[in-house]
Ligand binder design. Structure first.
Ligand code: SF4
Ligand code: SF4
Ligand code: SF4
Length: 455
């Protein structure tokens, strides 16, 4: 590929051309696809002379017509559009008011998953639960720091948040009771392993949580190999019927979103089977993400696994494209028309800026994945709030300040990847390597997503 400003790929008999800055995705024929590989901006109005020689098997009028179409896209700003003022904009923006808090209501868990990044719930520290008072203080903190925003989000997370159910309901009740007075609306989300779900909790979640993330890895043998109970048994049998019941009853307007979220590891590189199993169980919204772990862990996804994982993404793509299963696969979703707002495209998840995480003790961190790394502690909800220095740091952490992202074709879709993972991997939240396992899988998923969504 001669020009990094566009990306083109062939898939499933189709030819796709992506102009990342404009967000345009084009389906082309083979001639346009190949011709584009020979062109560099700025494009002249008429077909460059050398192009006739390269595509000698085509007539002059075929070549002119093809070039004319490409030139039309170029003039219309849908090809070689360039990053324009994006870099300047990224460098100028400051930290936005707080929009969302991840409430770690429980630093404890009733499972012992082999791949848990959270130290099986305790994040390397004491196993504790957040008190209802700290949860209320966190809600107050979110409101206080939200500026003019009227829609705020709180995610109940852990460990396992159902272990702190009293705190969850107290926080929801408290926020709802003051919404009018504050002139704010709250959206709540919960992420759960499902073990403590019962009818009462299912009803409450379906009434109050506009989204929920249900952790399950797919087939029983996949799940139970790694998602184990305290006594070492599998968890699939205990949680699956509860998740099915929750999803079946999830029909209150505005509260129907959910994801069944799994993790694939080196043990289940055939994870499309896990996705189809989830669909067979009646789940439609499915996310299966690669485990992120050091290479020395037996379950880690390593470079040598990449071709096999690509095959599996292709399989999943075909299953969805051919309608074999009705699956809304989280990582194959991409909005090619509107897309996220500019700043979201430049800066991604918003960690440490509009988004932060709170520990059971009320300590603030840029996001859930930074918890446990003391150097990233950024204040406390009841005392000093978010550190200005860390907020500024994340406001300036974007695709132009992360190494490797500015020239990556996926930059406006991926938005620079996960800062916490960069920190874990390289000791620097702004470090990336476009050839890392995560980046290569991200780009593969994007190609699948674009091919599924481009029409
Ligand atoms: S359920 Fe979640 S927090 Fe608990 S051990 Fe498993 S991965 Fe960790
Ligand atoms: S994190 Fe990786 S895939 Fe994402 S924009 Fe940066 S280099 Fe590209
Ligand atoms: S830094 Fe990574 S883990 Fe944290 S919110 Fe962003 S994407 Fe998620």
């Amino acid at each position: 590929m001669k020009n990094s400003k566009i990306h083109k790929f062939a898939k499933d008999g189709g030819y796709f051309i992506i102009d990342p800055p404009s967000g345009s995705a084009h389906i082309s024929d083979k001639l346009a696809f190949d011709m584009l590989g020979e062109l560099e901006p700025p494009l002249p109005e008429n077909t460059p002379e050398r192009v006739y020689g390269i595509f000698g098997g085509f007539s002059v009028s075929e070549i002119d017509e093809c070039y004319g179409e490409l030139y039309g896209l170029y003039k219309g700003g849908a090809l070689f559009s360039g990053d324009g003022d994006c870099r300047r904009y990224a460098e100028a923006v400051s930290a936005a008011p707080l929009k969302a808090l991840c409430l770690h209501v429980s630093h404890d868990c009733n499972l012992r998953c082999g791949y848990c990044f959270a130290g099986t719930g305790g994040y390397g520290g004491e196993r504790t639960l957040m008190s209802p008072e700290t949860a209320a203080e966190s809600i107050d903190f979110l409101v206080r720091n939200s500026g003019e925003r009227t829609l705020l989000e709180a995610d109940f997370f852990g460990g396992e948040p159902l272990m702190a159910w009293e705190t969850v309901t107290a926080a929801v009740d408290y926020a709802r009771s003051r919404e009018e007075e504050w002139g704010k609306r709250f959206k709540f989300t919960i992420t759960t392993n499902g073990l403590l779900l019962d009818d009462e909790k299912i009803d409450y979640i379906n009434r109050e949580m506009c989204n929920c993330v249900l952790s399950l890895d797919g087939r029983e043998e996949t799940n139970d190999r790694i998602r184990k109970t305290l006594s070492g048994g599998g968890s699939y049998g205990a949680v699956t019927p509860k998740f099915q019941k929750l999803v079946k009853n999830r029909n209150k307007p505005g509260f129907t979103d959910y994801y069944v979220r799994g993790t694939f590891t080196a043990y289940n590189l055939d994870f499309s089977e896990d996705a189809t199993e989830m669909a067979r169980l009646g789940f439609r919204n499915i996310s299966i993400e690669p485990v992120t772990a050091p290479d020395d862990r037996p379950y880690a996804i390593k470079r040598e696994h990449i071709p096999r994982v690509f095959e599996e993404y292709d399989r999943l793509y075909s299953i969805i494209k051919n309608g074999e299963r009705d699956i809304n696969f989280f990582h194959f979703n991409v909005d090619l028309k509107g897309g996220p707002c500019v700043i979201r495209r430049l800066r991604g998840c918003g960690c440490g800026g509009e988004y932060a995480a709170v520990t059971p003790e009320g300590e603030l961190y840029p996001c859930h994945r930074f918890i446990g790394a003391k150097e990233w502690r950024s204040g406390n909800v009841s005392r000093n709030g978010l550190s200005r220095e860390k907020r500024d740091y994340f406001a300036k952490t974007h695709i132009y300040s992360k190494t490797g992202c500015a020239d990556c074709w996926a930059r406006f879709y991926c938005s620079g990847g996960c800062n916490a993972l960069s920190y874990e991997r390289y000791g620097d939240a702004r470090a990336t390597d476009g050839e890392s396992v995560e980046c290569r899988l991200m780009k593969k998923r994007l190609e699948c997503a674009i091919a599924l969504n481009a029409v």
